[in-house]
Structure formats: structure tokens, C-alpha cells
Design a protein around this ligand. Sequence first.
Ligand SMILES: CC(C)(COP(=O)(O)OP(=O)(O)OC[C@H]1O[C@@H](n2cnc3c(N)ncnc32)[C@H](O)[C@@H]1OP(=O)(O)O)[C@@H](O)C(=O)NCCC(=O)NCCS
Length: 196
Amino acid sequence: MKLYRKTKRVVVRPLELSDYETWKSSHLEMLSPQNTWDLTAKTEKELTRAQYKKLLAGRAKFRKKDYFYDMGIFNLRGDLVGTVSIMEVTRGISHTAYLGYRIFNKYWGKGYGTDAAKAMIDIGFKEIKLHRIEAGIEPKNKRSIRLARTLGMRKEGLKKRAIYLRGQWVDLLMFTLTTEDVGIKFNPKTPLLKPR
Ligand SMILES: CC(C)(COP(=O)(O)OP(=O)(O)OC[C@H]1O[C@@H](n2cnc3c(N)ncnc32)[C@H](O)[C@@H]1OP(=O)(O)O)[C@@H](O)C(=O)NCCC(=O)NCCS
């Protein structure tokens, strides 16, 4: 499975041990949160090499389980500018997962989010062999909704009280792509269940 894509603006791939310094500086250089969905900066204590190794080990385990694929987004200068993921893979009769994306605020508005999400969708369909990719977005997160639309994702509706965030259940607008939408023939990694 090739978990790597290079676009005009970014490289998307899993983080490696040798990325520690850029990972640390990306977090240290982050501006204060720019909106509700933006990341709060990690403390120095959370940015040690030991913590980083733990993080990588956890991500590798999830990938091996075919459950969660979390990737770093690098610009062409080699800075870590964000993360993009395929989360909570469900096989059986659905072959579905969620798409997640986050660009560190210093790098917003440069096309990195668009490029990285496109690359991850390609990986999701062609390498992880998904049939459906969904993005769940809070209705007020206009930047993210614009990005989902740029990606050509179809709005499917409002999922009420979908996830527990900031101490409450929040609704999510669901945006979706299936292999049919992007002209890819679905070829499951694990066979679909036979009908009972
Ligand atoms: C949502 C988020 C991922 C967008 O990332 P981004 O890298 O700023 O997105 P892009 O730069 O690709 O696109 C944003 C805008 O910049 C524009 N842009 C500016 N310079 C650009 C360039 N050189 N090339 C392409 N687009 C550019 C795009 O056209 C787009 O404009 P539009 O929205 O008016 O069409 C980012 O704001 C983020 O991480 N937010 C916090 C976390 C979050 O909300 N995650 C999603 C949870 S559902």
C-alpha cells in the first residue's frame, strides 16, 4: 500500500522519527487559535522526543489494524504544515471512513488544505480501498465547508448530535464522496460480506 502522494504544493505521508524537529517547531510556531475548530498549541512538555515516539507508535498500530491512517502534510520546503487522516475505517458491507484535515494556522489560505485533502481522498480510494469517504463538519465551520465543496463532496444532510465535543453533543453536516463520484472502480481490500 503506497501511503504517499506529492502534489503541486504538498507531500502527504505518515510521520517518521526523522520528522521530530519539524513536528516540534510547527507546534511551537503556531499562532493562538483563530476559530473554534483551530488547534491549541501544545506545551513544551507535550513536545518531547519521547512523546513523539509514543505518538508514532500509536499511529503505526492503528494503520496496521486498518483503523486509522494519520498523515503529515509537508510543504515543498519540508515544513510540517498540518495533518490529514482517514479515520474509523469500517469494512464489512460498507467500506467507509471519515476524512479529517487540519492545517496549522500560520499556513492557512495557501491551498495546502485543498491539495492534502485531495491527495488523501485518492489514497483512501486507491490504496485503502474504501468505497465511501465522509467528512462531518459543524454547520458554522464555513472554511471547512468551503473546502469540502472545493473537493466536490456532496452534501448529504445533518447528522443530529453526532459527536461529543467541547462538553456537548454537536450536529454535523455530512459531505460525501464514493468511488462512483470520482470514476474509480471499487475493488475491496477485504471481500464484501455475502448476503444472508
Ligand atoms: C479548514 C482548513 C483545513 C482549510 O485549510 P487551508 O489550507 O487554509 O485551505 P486552502 O488554502 O486550501 O483553501 C482556503 C482558501 O484559500 C484560497 N487560497 C489562497 N491562496 C491559495 C493558493 N495559493 N492556492 C490555492 N488556494 C488558495 C483557496 O482558494 C480557498 O479560498 P476559498 O475558500 O475562498 O475558496 C483550515 O482552516 C483548518 O485547519 N481549520 C481548523 C481545523 C478545522 O476546521 N478542520 C476541519 C474540521 S471539520
